[in-house]
Design a protein around this ligand. Structure first.
Ligand code: 13P
Length: 319
């Protein structure tokens, strides 16, 4: 058993309290490799932003759980006391997986029972909270279903979160934070699949949740903005992505002024790195040293995440 405090990680609940009061959100950036982790850390150190590092079950399998642990250990050593760092399991799908992560040094786990019938979601989430509590680990639940594709998740619909049910869910489960569905979706095609088919987030639902649950931290999944210039860069260099749409930046700025204390970003990281790598390899056919394309991709990610912390999430200077 490795406790997160031995690695130097923090429980994100302490980050959320300040974020709620000061009306910003803590970025939760997913990573799948070393260069992404470097880009995230440098961006957050340069902006003095707290950060939640995230890996999914699939990424933990892809990288290897020992390497994930040691990469994060190294990350904490690198940042020292400059910024607080948390490690969250993104979209945990079983009690066993959550237990394994808690025993492996994670300071936060998400149990995603949102596709289950309500009662089963409550039961599963409560079991995870029960296990995590004595270890001082944060638990994130989810209510409502996000549309879009994210790794093993593939929902073709979006069910908005019912604010009354959210209050009931929190009191029955004891979760520390809750992911809600207000129109964001995972992946690169956003705001299209909601029941209303609109192009805006449902701020009315978010405000209602905030009124019913004052002080309670809300999590916004599917928060990539997917800047057009990177889609264009990728497509100019032999890529073929169509119909890409992200969450407009002004909507993210507005969301973090409310109850949203954690914003999840993964797809931006995939898009930016791939676009830069494609461009470099297309323009420089003789390149074969991975540092020549992974390095610039990492630096670009760093630049964009710095901008997000400063201009979208308001987390810069809050470490
Ligand atoms: P994006 O696909 O918008 O980056 O969302 C990622 C996410 O919510 C991870 O849980």
């Amino acid at each position: 058993m490795i406790h997160y405090s031995d690695i130097g990680l923090v429980n994100p609940v302490q980050m959320f309290k300040k974020a709620y009061e000061e009306q910003y959100a803590v970025p939760a950036y997913n990573f799948v490799n070393l260069e992404q982790l470097q880009g995230i850390l440098t961006a957050c150190m340069n902006t003095r932003s707290p950060v939640i590092l995230q890996v999914s079950k699939n990424v933990r399998n892809y990288v290897g759980k020992e390497l994930v642990r040691h990469m994060v250990r190294g990350a904490v050593e690198l940042v020292g006391s400059a910024i607080p760092v948390a490690l969250n399991l993104d979209h945990g799908d079983s009690l066993e997986l959550c237990k394994d992560c808690i025993e492996d040094g994670f300071s936060s786990v998400m149990i995603d029972g949102s596709a289950l019938p309500y009662k089963q979601n409550v039961e599963l989430t409560r079991e995870v909270v029960h296990y995590a509590g004595p270890h001082g680990v944060c638990v994130e639940g989810e209510l409502g279903v996000l549309s879009g594709v994210e790794e093993y998740l593939n929902h073709g619909r979006s069910l908005y979160t019912d604010p009354d049910l959210a209050a009931d869910f929190i009191s029955k489960t004891g979760v520390d934070c809750l992911a809600v569905s207000i129109g964001t979706s995972h992946g690169i095609h956003k705001l299209k699949n909601g029941p209303a088919g609109g192009d805006a987030l449902r701020f009315d639902i978010l405000e209602e949740i905030g009124r019913k649950l004052p002080g309670f931290p809300i999590v916004l999944h599917g928060s990539s903005s997917l800047p057009r210039e990177y889609v264009a860069m990728l497509n100019r260099s032999g890529g073929d992505l169509s119909g890409v749409s992200g969450i407009p930046e002004e909507q993210l700025r507005r969301a973090v002024k409310g109850a949203v204390c954690k914003v999840n970003v993964a797809s931006d990281g995939w898009l930016i790195m791939t676009a830069v790598i494609r461009k470099i390899l297309t323009e420089n056919p003789a390149v074969f040293d991975p540092r020549k394309y992974l390095g610039p991709a990492r630096d670009e990610l760093e630049k964009i995440y710095e901008r997000k912390n400063r201009d979208l999430f308001g987390s810069a200077g809050k470490a």
